[in-house]
Write a protein that binds this ligand. Structure first.
Ligand SMILES: [Zn+2]
Ligand SMILES: [Zn+2]
Length: 634
């Protein structure tokens, strides 16, 4: 079965069950500056899962384009891709487990035709200290579903996934795992959730490739969450039914939601019982035109990166040295290098690029556009133009870069960064072609140097243009880097408080002129005619801490821009806003609050979560513009 058929049948299946099909969102999250790319079907729908009313109703279905930059290192094996589609269906306070699980099972077995004997499921094992019981309700539903297929579904309690490699399958079909595997909330496990945060158990479906033997490198015994490749997750139903209370315990939500996500490429691979993801129709069409004799890893990298690059360019990304643009640059340059690797016998002998590589890659872009033409309109001339431009830049430095690379006997972070900065060789290329010389080179070390460089260059840029809006500029910060994200979220919230405090102490002539936040500090530029006195600085700091002490609720209202302006909410005069904006306010209500500003977030829920705020420095930026650096403790 092809992914095109599965996508179409999935949408039809849920539309027939009163779901409304919603379009795929862009790969670039709208108004969410904390995440570079849309990585799941749930991501664009978060606010509706948290209670906002969706104009298309309570039952939604779609196939969402997704991109996961963090998987780039994994690309090259038989199943990791950076771009994928996620099939999703949602109940916003409508149906629940008793409908969701039978539907998904029916779709996978009866519609797609997957052998039910190859399916295994996992459920939440419960969390005693929070009074959340194990998900026996889902287990009972699963047992009756398997029974209809004449399969006796024994349940096995594993709890901590680490136990799985000792316990093994034990003839089970349904497996209980703890919150490390079967709990969803934005913050992660129950203990990490702030008060009032919703979350809930989930139930995952795994497909078993029986021809793949368990690899003991991943543990003594195999089990559904083993990473050896025998089991592949093909779908996850999240049941948002709990909310954390102020006292740390949990209560049931009045509105319960279902969020389902299933990787289209993975479901297709399962439908064909072929663990080689790159054999499915959409990616296989690319592999098919690459040299048969070439090494499979390079072929997978070329196919994945070309496909991802096409979709990123389509959604408006251009190659650059920062954030999204940097990711696109990496994809294109790596694809160029690996398509060249396919044309030489000896990997390490690559010194000049082939005469035909550009035409070869353009052919691949054309195949991507054709493959997806019935669902996504991809603009081939534009994609090709962006690629040619980037290829031209890369060609002119590649030879020198490779020559330089070969001169070094060891390649550490500093050398790698130099090769990147001077010759445009991406980390992956350096690591690969550096071979033993680059054995100790780590991505962390390289990225650290890159970050230092970015902070320096950003400071330079801001002097010229006056900086960014009060939007997060988090670089390549990933949502999974929770600690850093939390700190940035606290500092961002503190920046709102700081602006309001400065206006209270210095008067309404204070207006935002720029802002930049890292995990270490916030930097806030504002209009004011003179240097602040030490007393004023102390006072502003005290006002911020006063409102942190008052533990104001942080909330927002979305409204038309005109209406938002009338509320008196502050906005950054240099920023561009859409027709509808979010007004974040801290305090009792939008009419009666300490701070209100146009903003996209993210913020802490309560100002007490900011911690203690301190002004570290006050200085001039230019005539009439001051700059404050603030830090938080601990
Ligand atoms: Zn295994
Ligand atoms: Zn904000």
């Amino acid at each position: 079965m092809t992914s095109e058929e599965i996508r179409r049948k999935y949408i039809e299946f849920f539309v027939a069950r009163e779901h409304v099909q919603i379009p795929s969102s862009s790969l670039l999250p709208d108004g969410d500056a904390t995440t570079l790319f849309t990585g799941s079907g749930m991501q664009p729908l978060i606010k509706y899962l948290l209670g906002e009313v969706h104009s298309s109703g309570k039952r939604l279905v779609n196939s969402q384009k997704s991109f996961r930059a963090e998987d780039i290192d994994e690309v090259g094996d038989n199943r990791h891709t950076t771009f994928f589609e996620m099939l999703g269906n949602w109940s916003l306070g409508d149906y629940f487990k008793a409908e969701q699980l039978p539907w998904v099972f029916e779709f996978l077995t009866d519609v797609v035709g997957i052998d039910p004997n190859r399916l295994y499921v996992t459920v939440f094992s419960g969390e005693e200290k929070y009074g959340i019981s194990k998900d026996d309700e889902s287990v009972a539903i699963w047992q009756s579903l398997f029974k209809q297929k004449a399969i006796e579904a024994k349940d096995i309690f594993i709890g901590n996934p680490d136990n799985g490699s000792q316990m093994g399958m034990q003839g089970g079909r349904i497996f209980y795992y703890n919150s490390k595997k079967n709990w969803w909330s934005r913050a992660g496990a129950p203990e990490k959730m702030p008060a009032r945060e919703p979350g809930g158990p989930d139930s995952e479906i795994f497909y078993e490739f029986t021809h793949i033997q368990h690899n003991p490198e991943f543990g003594n015994e195999c089990h559904p969450n083993c990473d050896c490749g025998r089991f592949m997750e093909i779908g996850n139903s999240v049941f948002m039914e709990y909310r954390k209370k102020e006292d740390g315990s949990f209560e049931k939500l009045p509105q319960r939601n279902v969020d389902f996500g299933g990787g289209l490429e993975r479901i297709t691979a399962a439908a064909n019982n072929n663990a080689e993801m790159f054999a499915i129709d959409t990616i296989g069409a690319l592999i098919a035109v690459l040299p048969q004799s070439g090494n499979i890893r390079s072929k997978r990298i070329v196919a994945d990166h070309v496909r991802s690059a096409a979709f990123l360019i389509q959604d408006g990304v251009l190659p650059s040295n920062k954030d999204r643009g940097y990711m696109l640059r990496k994809l294109i340059r790596r694809a160029i290098v690996h398509i060249n690797v396919l044309s030489v016998a000896d990997f390490s002998a690559l010194e000049t690029l082939s005469q035909t590589f550009e035409a070869d890659i353009e052919e691949l872009f054309a195949i991507v556009c054709k493959t997806y033409q019935t669902i996504y309109k991809l603009d081939l001339p534009n994609i090709t133009a962006v690629f040619r431009d980037e290829s031209k830049k890369f060609k002119s430095t590649f030879k020198n870069g490779m020559h330089e690379l070969k001169r070094y006997s060891t390649i550490d972070g500093a050398v790698a960064f130099k090769l990147y900065e001077s010759f445009g060789l991406p980390y992956e290329v350096i690591k690969e072609f550096g071979a033993e010389k680059a054995a100790t080179l780590t991505r962390e070390d390289f990225e650290k140097r890159l970050d230092e460089h970015r902070i320096l260059s950003r400071a330079g840029v801001e002097k010229k243009f006056g900086g960014h809006g009060l939007l997060l500029d988090t670089g390549e910060l990933k949502a999974k880097d929770e600690v850093e994200l939390k700190k940035v979220t606290r500092l961002h919230t503190a920046t709102h408080l700081l602006q309001a405090a400065l206006r209270e102490v210095l008067g309404p002539e204070v207006k935002q002129a720029g802002s930049d936040i890292t995990a270490e500090r916030t930097r806030f530029d504002f209009t004011f005619s003179r240097k602040l006195t030490p007393e004023e600085i102390k006072k502003a700091e005290a006002v911020v801490n006063r409102e942190i002490g008052n533990d104001l609720a942080v909330a927002f209202k979305e409204m038309p821009k005109d209406e938002a302006t009338k509320t008196g909410a502050l906005y950054f005069f240099k920023a561009k806003y859409g027709d509808r904006v979010k007004v974040y306010y801290m305090g009792h209500s939008i009419e009666n609050c300490f701070s209100k500003e146009f903003c996209g977030g993210p913020h802490v829920d309560h100002t007490a979560m900011v911690g203690k705020f301190k002004i570290a420095k006050e200085e001039a930026v230019s005539a009439g513009v001051r700059r404050i650096r603030g830090v938080i403790e601990p």
